[in-house]
Design a protein around this ligand. Structure first.
Ligand SMILES: Nc1ncnc2c1ncn2[C@@H]1O[C@H](COP(=O)(O)OP(=O)(O)OP(=O)(O)O)[C@@H](O)[C@H]1O
Ligand SMILES: [Mg+2]
Length: 225
């Protein structure tokens, strides 16, 4: 069996701040192995996005811990967490979060500036990824000149530029028409099958069951078996 890449131990997330506290995650124990394609399903408000953000070290749990590639992350400082995020994880969200004033090429290359990677030819990698997502012709357009499906493919290329071992995707086709959805989903499936990247995908789309190697259901902040 391949190695465990993410383990969560008794994860709780309690949001304070509103009138009543919300227990969005209630003791999640989840193990994800390298090369898995995990589909996370569950009704609206069941805690899916919360779980993904915490597993991606974008947010902290209230209790419990995440072990990433053998490393216990709960005691890490934010700079160390950011380093893991930049090196190991690619995020794709429902809203594409591109920077409209940058070109497609610049958007994809952006994480290499943040990461300050020495050993890659960022321009070559960017061109190659734009080819992978079928957008080399749009490289020098501004991000806000694209269709939704094209924007999401740019976001995926950007998520991949640092060659992450894990890709976390939260409803990546939620804002797309059916043809663009299919393109984006095929692309994500290929990452898993051809590159061996570990995928954790949140999707309401039952079509995705066929692509996933495992499905988990989240209800009221708990995993159902
Ligand atoms: N920043 C926040 N502050 C307070 N409550 C929050 C916050 N983010 C999420 N919640 C609450 O936590 C619960 C879980 O939210 P979450 O966004 O994880 O659900 P979800 O399963 O992703 O839903 P959807 O399918 O609608 O995206 C909800 O009750 C939500 O209102
Ligand atoms: Mg959500």
């Amino acid at each position: 069996m391949s190695k465990l890449i993410i383990q969560t131990r008794e994860l709780w997330k309690i949001y304070l701040g509103g009138t009543d506290p919300v227990s969005a995650l209630q003791g999640i124990n989840l193990e994800v192995r390298e090369g898995e394609f995990l589909l996370v399903r569950g009704p609206s408000g069941s805690g899916k996005s919360t779980l993904l953000k915490i597993m991606g070290l974008l947010d902290l749990p209230s209790k419990g811990t995440i072990i990433m590639d053998g490393l216990e992350t709960s005691k890490l400082r934010e700079t160390a967490r950011a380093k893991i995020r930049n090196q190991k994880i690619g995020f794709v969200f429902q809203s594409f979060n591109l920077i409209p004033e940058l070109t497609v090429f610049e958007n994809v290359m952006l994480p290499t500036w943040i990461n300050n990677r020495q050993n890659i030819n960022a321009k070559e990698e960017t061109s190659s990824l734009l080819k992978t997502v079928g957008l080399e012709e749009k490289a020098h357009n501004y991000a806000n000149e694209l269709s939704g499906g094209q924007m999401q493919r740019v976001a995926i290329a950007r998520a991949l530029i640092n060659n992450p071992s894990i890709v976390l995707a939260d409803e990546p086709t939620g804002n797309l028409d059916s043809k663009s959805s299919l393109q984006v989903m095929n692309l994500i499936k290929r990452l898993n099958e051809e590159n061996g990247q570990t995928i954790i995908l949140i999707s309401h789309d039952s079509e995705q069951e066929r692509n996933a190697t495992r499905v988990v259901n989240l209800i009221d902040g708990k995993l159902q078996n």
